[in-house]
Design a protein around this ligand. Sequence first.
Ligand code: NAP
Length: 283
Amino acid sequence: MSERKFAVIGHPIGHTMSPFIHKRLFELASLEGEYTVIDVAPEELPEKINELNKLAGYNITIPNKQEIIPFLDGLDKKAALYGSVNTVKNGSSREGFTTDPDGFLKALAAAGIPFEGNICIIGCGGVARTFVYEAALAGCDITIAVRPEDKEIRDALAAEVREKLGGKEISVCLLSELEESSLCPQLLVNATPVGMYPKTDAMPVSEKVIARSRNVFDAIYNPLETKLIRTAKEFGKTAVGGMAMLVWQAVVSHEIWDGTVYDTEDINKLILDSAKEMEKSFR
Ligand code: NAP
């Protein structure tokens, strides 16, 4: 059994791809690492923190990403900015990181999609927050498009990012207005669950909007290729799905724990293998 123990903590934590992905990342790096799943509800953190402190490192998923913070000694810059931690490295101190933002940026970079110019983000929930923050940090022109019932949440997110990061004005519109507009985004990002398994025939926007977009990113990782991604590719666009982000954010955890640098080809293969594993295990 390995001396180096890692885990993912969450609650409930029945369905997670983390052990599959992280075990493969240890193998690719030829490093020992045992990776398990620990069910921890937020109210159990005080009694379980000693157990967690004995691990070399761990990942955190819903609902503990904020709740873990008081138990740590420090946060890196992005974890502090987002007020959210998904990776902890234990050593002489307990340090918290968030790897979702860099997972997103690395997924785009590996696909050859530039993160600049005008970005249109559909949706304003959890993952959209990451995309809007990163686009603001990168100095992009941002448009957030939502359905009418989400207007208030969208306006609050835009105001929060403007206040925290300043930068360029953030445009907001309804999805219906996006359909009729002449906006030609450098990057169209789906941050809604529209198109996710089992409703795989749905798309968050029409073909008209996809045709006007230069590149497409879909946060959805089940299926590997959503209808949005397939349609974008048929139109000759560069398009990448959420499994790439899921795997790359795990890669960033290993950079933090071990300083490992991976080969992009190995990670691309892991993305395909993870999609096959997901179909086997979660459908
Ligand atoms: P969330 O917090 O629930 O946000 C979803 C957003 O989409 C909300 O703004 C929601 O509006 C909107 N929405 C839902 N149904 C819609 C519809 N029919 N038309 C237009 N907008 C709609 O979810 P999330 O955590 O951001 O996740 C969104 C997707 O990203 C999921 O498929 C998730 O699996 C994926 N994701 C991927 C990664 C990755 O690493 N690849 C990471 C996180 C999430 P309401 O608030 O009105 O429902």
